[in-house]
Design a protein around this ligand. Structure first.
Ligand code: ADP
Ligand code: MG
Ligand code: MG
Length: 250
């Protein structure tokens, strides 16, 4: 589904990703772990098509399509979606209108018509209940006055409504207490399906106690230096990142 090959990326002239390879198949959950500043957020931002990143070498294919040739909106319509690391506020735009507009854009891209209003309301109510979000959140401006935890829930709500083919979640667990993290993790788990892949970017292992990844990758200094199954995350929790680095330069 996603094939990243020899990806080199610079930001403001500085090399951040330095030959990164990653292959993700439908149905899989991949965790990208690594120390601060390794390039984890850069990777998801480049795949999603955010501004400010220059790809100097390598390729990204999504379902065989050249992602680097696609605008950010085209990527989203193709089913490639990044949640917000620091979810933005959109004053004056109600959460529910943003969700509906985004969903209808996604449906249009799939050749489906607009979702009928009653069906949409049912879907959104069901998914917000799943995220333990009070329905009043839907009527508020996007993320305005939301707490950190509420923004994260809202981010997962968006994924649950839009149902992207590839969901990328960057530091979805940061700043959450244990109860909020469980709600968020349950939401992510309910996103899992045979035709969807999930890329979880996380500095900490604790989220992976609640979301079991199929593959764990360690990103250090712009490259994936080690990959393994979920036991690698436990090993990182116990031993930190330094040994991986030492192993990789040895
Ligand atoms: P991670 O998510 O693994 O902590 P990032 O991808 O956020 O790492 O950042 C990798 C490196 O790129 C860091 O050294 C960071 O300072 C730098 N960087 C990221 N974004 C920018 C930017 N917009 N301008 C300048 N440097 C940046
Ligand atoms: Mg960082
Ligand atoms: Mg980051």
């Amino acid at each position: 589904m996603l094939e990243v090959k020899d990806l080199h990326v610079t930001v403001e002239g500085k090399a951040i990703l330095k030959g990164l390879d990653l292959t993700v198949q439908p149905g899989e959950v991949h965790a990208i772990m690594g120390p601060n500043g390794a390039g984890k957020s850069t990777l998801s931002a480049v795949i999603a098509g955010k501004d400010g990143y220059e790809v100097t070498q390598g390729s990204i294919l999504f379902e065989g399509q050249d992602v680097l040739e696609m605008e950010i909106e085209e990527r989203a319509r193709a089913g490639l979606l990044l949640g917000f690391q620091y979810p933005i506020e959109i004053p004056g735009v109600k959460n529910i209108y943003l969700l509906k507009a985004a969903l209808n854009a996604a449906r249009e891209a799939r050749g489906e018509g607009e979702i009928p209003a009653p069906e949409f309301m049912k879907l959104v109510r069901e998914k917000s209940a799943e995220m333990q979000m009070d329905p009043s959140f839907l009527q508020r401006a996007v993320n305005e006055g939301f707490s950190g935890g509420e923004k994260k829930r809202n981010e997962i709500l968006q994924m649950l409504v839009l149902q992207p083919k590839l969901a990328m979640l960057d530091e979805i667990d940061s700043g959450l207490d244990i109860d909020a993290m469980k709600v968020v993790a349950n939401g992510v788990n309910s996103l899992r399906s045979a035709d969807r892949a999930i890329l979880l970017v996380t500095h900490y292992q604790r989220l992976l106690n609640h979301i079991e990844p199929d593959r764990v990758h360690v990103l250090v200094d712009g490259r994936i230096v080690k990959s393994g199954d979920k036991s690698l995350a436990l090993e990182l929790e116990a031993r930190g990142y330094d040994w991986v680095l030492e192993e990789s330069v040895a």
